[in-house]
Design a protein around this ligand. Sequence first.
Ligand code: GLC
Length: 558
Amino acid sequence: MTSQTSAVVPQSADRSAAATQREEWWRGAVIYQVYPRSFADSDGDGIGDLPGIRERLPYLRRLGVDAVWLSPFYASPQADAGYDVADYRRVDPVFGTLDDARELLDEAHGLGLRVIVDLVPNHCSDQHEWFQQALREGPGSPMRERFHFRPGQGDDGELPPNDWQSVFGGSAWDRVTEPDGTPGEWYLHLFAPQQPDFDWQHETVREEFRSVLRFWLDLGVDGFRIDVAHGMVKAPGLPDVGGRTEVQLLDNRELPFFDQDGVHEIYHDWRAILDSYPGERIGVAEAWTSTVARSARYLRPGELHQAFNFSYLTTDWDADALRTVITDSLEAMAAVGAPATWVLSNHDVVRHSTRLSGGDAAVAVPRARAATLLMLGLPGSVYVYQGEELGLPEVTELPAGVRQDPAFFRGDGQSGLRDGCRVPLPWSGERAPYGFGPAGDGPSWLPQPESWAKLSVAAQTGDPDSTLEFYRSALAVRRAEPALGAGESVTWLDAPAGVLAFRRDADGGSVVCAVNVGGTPAVLPSYGRLLLASGPLAVDPDEAEVTLPADTGAWWAV
Ligand code: GLC
């Protein structure tokens, strides 16, 4: 037996202009999520910013992604890390200026990278001028109609209008003090109290967001990731949920404030706006739904382009469960002519190296790499969250004093663990902040673990065994092989228990992807020319068979 990790990287890993211009670029795109606070800090205040991102665009291009999604950088008091927007047309000074945004877009486009920005239409910040005016003008004022203000229940209106719970814990309603100093109406906030929900039945709200879309499209963005896309329309009369009402992030139960049919009208409207601009601008739904088929409804002809596949993200490392969710996803998306999407990590969930390994450090990186090869082998579009290409683990031991996730402070049984995946990236050097900021020993808004020196971009670059070089190879192979990337289906192959194996066919050739999700090595036929493996493989000398260790995946050209 010989041991092989073969990374036969095609020489032409570079994207050609034609490739990025190809029609429907988003069907097979790899989209990299930048969480601006934690990506790169250009001015040394400990918080990442737009100039920091700009400086690192060549890194993203070399990584081999097609597009970047930027989490919010708009004017915001940062009660929920920028998902509380006070002004949708301004850049928060902590992140830079509108000129910085413009330059970032231009430079990204010059490098062949598309840029998608976050849009937060379900709610704004309590510092948004409309909400401030609504507070000042009191009950019955037209400004209050743009939000969900209601009188309370009980003799003195001292009880919330219904039993809805906030995703961050506690009631979804807060009571205001009226201008005359008396306790008054309640307003709805599905998230933090600093995030009042808009009332999307109000035409002015709809018109405002059409204008916000145009503002950023005019600036040159390639699309929008739509925050809480399933939440804007509430069931008429705001009926009680009844029974167990606690709501969690990614909650997929049927609830009177999520996934109501009325939201689809909004996306028809927005699609017409997106299509009125040149160059295929896209809309991506962050929609928590009960099934992938419900997610597909956001992608029917005339609606949005993609939706995050949270069913996939929340599936355990289990071969049968993965095969089921993959099959269901491909079927549901094919039924509406939309690409499937695949995602393992984002700024709201425990990083997948930690999550999939159940905290067992010995298997964390091998399993995460195998999961990456599976994800990148599937037909459709893929989302990569910053730092997963470095194999970063979740930071589980942040002291309470440094935490900022509002869910952490709302308590009520909410996990509030989102800070652990938001720790700033390590770029270089031996000491924190590892090149995150300009100064050798400058601040970072969350502390980085000491063990991250060896995980920095500089430490991994050029090391063929590193996770970073593995991602670079995988993305290059995916780009070079016509059978990988966009597509609608896979052909499942017979494989030993615990192994997922499928073939993908294209005019230019076929690729087999096999991943050992089980706990023991599996013997497989050698399918063809090994393109890439996520870890060492034992290859039979006559090359008829290959042993795929546990938590390992591979691609072969056939
Ligand atoms: C989305 C975002 C999350 C945010 C919430 C409220 O789920 O991904 O970070 O807290 O919306 O805007």
